[in-house]
Design a binder for this molecule. Structure first.
Ligand code: NAI
Length: 338
């Protein structure tokens, strides 16, 4: 990327200031699905992230308005807006990170898998465009069902001869964020210091919070473990029900997505850090994609850290998740391979 220098008009003070930035370490983020319930607040959080140099907003509708609005915020990220497939390549060109929240959300009574028919094609087409325009970019997929959309993107990248399993991520950060919120509330812990790995996938029984590994360590009764696990697995449905037809989690998802993108950028800039994400992995026999803590760095996944020692209850959760994950992953692969 080029060295950039530009003049910025500070709207509040009316003063022109010269802002010089070496963009070699300041990334371009492309947000696909930018006008949606997640896309808009996530765009806001990315626009206010000082690490982001350039933010390309893409959607099939309303992108110009969202872009005009965000561009009036006096932070460094340069916002561009792109609407419709003919402008997708421009949104993606030069991107270091592609974030995908494009697609339909759940309504009450729906599972994430019920979204497959619409969202699989959306993710396929966006991945196809990204594989051509910015094959080295990290791809963070929010669109559900994540357990299937990640394999879809991977197969598209394979077909284009540019697949790198270290660079395609299913965003499961919301499961971690929720777990940390619920646990700290229950155990009266400092939420800013509460850490828990959530492994597996991103739907129902495939969401596996490792309560035995909470930091700082906390004691849970068997009944607390069962109730908390069920609440974490169903937390998305809790929001879907409360929104009563108006969609699924958007604000907490935007927060989680922004946290994950920030971690990807830190890794890209050489600051290694650990996040859970759903990626190609061989930690569980017979399952090709699995979420565990990962070390992120300049190449994406630097190391798959695995899940450590499980309690017997957690082991049973992994066993219950395996057939569901296998089914979801196979469905995604079949969608591309036919
Ligand atoms: P939404 O319907 O509010 O927004 C979706 C946006 O995608 C709309 O602006 C729409 O115009 C756009 N879109 C549709 N087709 C497109 C295409 N081909 N190219 C670009 N943009 C396109 O939905 P919301 O609430 O933002 O949810 C988006 C997705 O995120 C859903 O699939 C939902 O299930 C998923 N989700 C994932 C979570 C996770 O933890 N990974 C949590 C919550 C939601």
């Amino acid at each position: 990327m080029a060295f950039a220098s530009k003049t910025v008009l500070n709207a509040a003070s009316g003063i022109c200031r010269l802002s010089v930035r070496n963009t070699s370490s300041a990334p371009k983020v492309a947000l696909l699905g930018a006008s949606g319930g997640i896309g808009q607040p996530l765009g806001l959080l990315l626009k206010t992230n000082p690490k982001v140099a350039s933010l390309a907003l893409y959607d099939v509708a309303n992108t110009a308005g969202v872009g005009a609005d965000l561009s009036h915020i006096d932070t460094a990220a340069q916002v561009t807006s792109h609407t419709g497939p003919e402008n997708l390549h421009a949104a993606l060109e030069g991107a270091d990170i592609v974030v995908i929240p494009a697609g339909v959300p759940r309504k009450p009574g729906m599972t994430r898998d019920d979204l497959f028919n619409v969202n699989a094609g959306i993710v396929r087409d966006l991945a196809e465009a990204a594989a051509k325009a910015c094959p080295k970019a990290f791809v963070a997929i929010i669109t559900n069902p994540v357990n299937s959309t990640v394999p879809i993107a991977a197969e598209v990248y394979k077909n284009n001869g540019v697949y790198d399993p270290k660079r395609i991520f299913g965003v499961t950060t919301l499961d971690v964020v929720r777990s940390q919120a619920f646990i700290s509330e229950l155990k009266k812990l400092d939420v800013s210091k509460t850490v828990i790995p959530v492994i597996g996938g991103h739907s129902g029984v495939t969401i596996i919070p490792l309560l035995s590994q909470v930091q700082p360590s906390a004691q849970f009764s068997d009944s607390e473990i069962e109730k908390l696990t069920a609440r974490i697995q169903d937390a998305g449905t809790e929001v879907v029900k409360a929104k009563a037809g108006a969609g699924s989690a958007t604000l907490s998802m935007a927060f989680a997505g922004a946290r994950f993108v920030d971690a990807l950028i830190s890794g890209l800039q050489g600051k290694k850090n650990v996040q859970c994400s759903f990626v190609e992995s061989d930690v569980v026999k017979g399952v090709d994609y699995f979420s565990t803590p990962l070390e992120l760095g300049p190449n994406g996944v630097e190391k798959i850290l695995g899940y450590g020692k499980l309690s017997s209850y957690e082991q049973s959760l992994v066993e219950a998740a395996v057939p569901e994950l296998q089914k979801n992953i196979a469905k995604g692969v079949k969608f591309i391979k036919g």
